[in-house]
Design a protein around this ligand. Sequence first.
Ligand code: SF4
Length: 645
Amino acid sequence: MNTYCNSLTSYSRFLTREVKVGDLGIGGNNPIRIQSMTTTDTMNTIATVEQSIRMIEAGCELVRITAPSLNEAKNLEVIKKELLKRGYKTPLVADIHFTPNAAEMAARLIEKVRVNPGNYADKKKFEHIEYTDSSYVAELERIRERFTPLVKICKEYGTAMRIGTNHGSLSDRILSRYGDTPTGMVESAFEFLRICEENNYHEIVISMKASNTLVMVEAYRLLVAKMMESGRNYPLHLGVTEAGEGEDGRIKSAVGIGALLEDGLGDTIRVSLTEEPEFEIPVAKDLVDRYVNRNDHKAIPAFNEKLPYNPFEYERRKSREVINLGNHHVPRVIADFGNRENISAASLFGLGYNYSVPLDKWNLSDMAVDYVYIGDNQVDFEIPGTLRFIQSSEAWRKNKNQQQAYPLFCAEEYFHSGNRSNELNFVAVDIETLTGDFIEKISKEKHVVLVLDTFNEHGMAEQRRMVLDLLKAKSDLPIILKRNYASLDEKQFQLFSSTDLGSLLLDGFGDGIWIKQKDCVSPQVCNSTAFGILQATRTRISRTEYISCPSCGRTLFDLQETTAKIRMRTDHLKGIKIGIMGCIVNGPGEMADADYGYVGTGPGKISLYKGKVVVKKNVTSETAVDELINLIRENGDWIERTNLS
Ligand code: SF4
C-alpha cells in the first residue's frame, strides 16, 4: 500500500461519489462543504434554532445537532419546521451515540444521521476481550442485527449517513483485535460500511477523527488507500476532535485538516473549537478557500518511484547532528529579522527572551527561539548563551565575533566561498538548485544544514518533493523548512503556516522551521505560531496541551469558562495533556491519550481521571479545579510557577 491520493506533486482532488444531503451535494465535483454543530440543549427549540441561524449566516452549510435520546430526536422535526418557517432550508444532521432508537427516529425526520461505530451497538467498558474467530463473527452478527434497521430506514427515506469513527471511542472489540490504532479506526468504519453495502445503501460519508493530528492524518490516509484498493470512493468528512480553543485550536485543526486538504482529500470539514460554533466557520472557510485555484500551481516534477518513506506510519527522517540540529534534537525554530535595520537586545523580547536589568541576566521561556536570521546586521550586545544568529555570508565574513553566529549561503555560492564556518553553514536551496549532482556533492560536507525554500503556491508538495530527492539519494543532511508569507491577517497566517509546515512535520520531515513574514503578525505571534505548530505535530512540546471538546447539547457545564479557568492555573505544566470534556457519555473515550481528565457527570458534578481511570467521582464543580490540581500534585506532575526559570 503506497498510495492514498491522486498525486504527491500535482494538486488534484480525490474524486468521490456524490452524496445528497437534502439538496446539498457532498463529494463529487461539489465544493468542499463547511459544517458545524450546535451547543445548545436540543430540547430548547428556540435556542437551537437561533444558534443554527447564526451558524448558517456565517456560512455553515450543514448543521449537526445532538440527539442523545428519542425525545431530542423527535424534537429535530420541530427545530426543522421552525427553521423552514424562518426561511432556512439548510440540511440537519442528528448526532447519535449509544441510542439506535434515536437514530432510527431522526433518520425519518431529517436529512442525515451521524453514527459512531464505536458506540452504536456497544457500551464502552474499556475491556480487553480475547475473541476467537467465531466469537468475533458472532459479535459482527450482533452489530448487523442492531444496525441494519437504521440502514433500511435511511434507504427508504433518502437519508444520508456519516459513519464517524473517533479515535478513543473505538469498541472494545476493535481495540482488542487492532488496538487503539489508525488501522483499528478504519476497520471500525468498514464493519459498518459493509453492512450498508450489503443492503445496497451508499449515501455514506466517512470520518476518522482524532485529537492527535498524527493519528488522524494516518487514519484518513489508510482509509483512502483501502477505499482505492477496493474500488470505493465515499466522500470524506475531515476534522480534528477536541482541538481546543484560540490559537492552539486553530493551529491544531489546520495541521490535521490542512495536511489532508493539501493532498486533495476531503469533501466536507468541521473545525471543532471550544468556542461558539459560528466562530468555527471563518476558520473552516479560510482553510478551504486556499484550494479553489490550487490546480493552477507551478508544475512540480512527478515522483514516479516507490516512495522512500511510509506515509501511513510516522518515522522521523534520519539526519546527522550538526551542533544542535538534526538527529535526536527537537526541530529548531528560526526567527527571521533579515529585513530589520538594526538588532538590539529589545528585539529578542518577543522571541521568548527577557533581559532582567537588576539581575543582569537573560530569562528564557519555553518558547525561546533557537536561531535568529539577522541578514546583513551585526550584533553589539551580549546575547543569551542558548541563542545563535544566522547572518548573510557577507556579514558573517565581516563579523569580528563569530562565536554564536553562522553564515547562510545560497547554493551556488557555497562551493566557491573561501570563508565557511567549520561548525555550521546554512545553505539555501530551492527545487531548481537541488539537483541530483548538487545533493551528491553537498551531502559530503560535514557542517552543512540545508534550508529548503519555496515560492510555489503548492509549496508543501514542492518541499516534500525536495525531501523525496534527499531520501532517494540517502542524504542525511539536516533540513530546515522555510516558508514566506506576506500581507495575511493573523488568523490566516496561523492557519496557512500550520498547514504548510505541519503537513511535512507529520511525515517526519524537518529538523527546523523558519517562517519569514511581512505585514502579517508581530514577531511574538510568529514565534508562538512556530512553537504551536511543533506542539500540534507533537514534534516538540513546549506547552500544556488541552484536549477540550467543542461542547454540544449534552454538555453539563460551561466549557469555555471552565477551560479558561483550568488553563489559567495549569498553562505552565509543559508536556502535560489535560482533557476537558462536557459529558460522561463520550468524554472519557474522546479525551484519547490525555494524562488527566475533567469530565462532566451530571449537573454541577465532575469526575476526574488519571489517564483512562476515574479517580475522583462526582466532585462538586465549585471545587473540581482545585481537586484536579491536587490530583496532578499527587501524581508528581505539579510544578509551582515560582520554580520555573
Ligand atoms: S464530549 Fe463534549 S462534544 Fe462530545 S458528546 Fe460530550 S459534551 Fe458533546
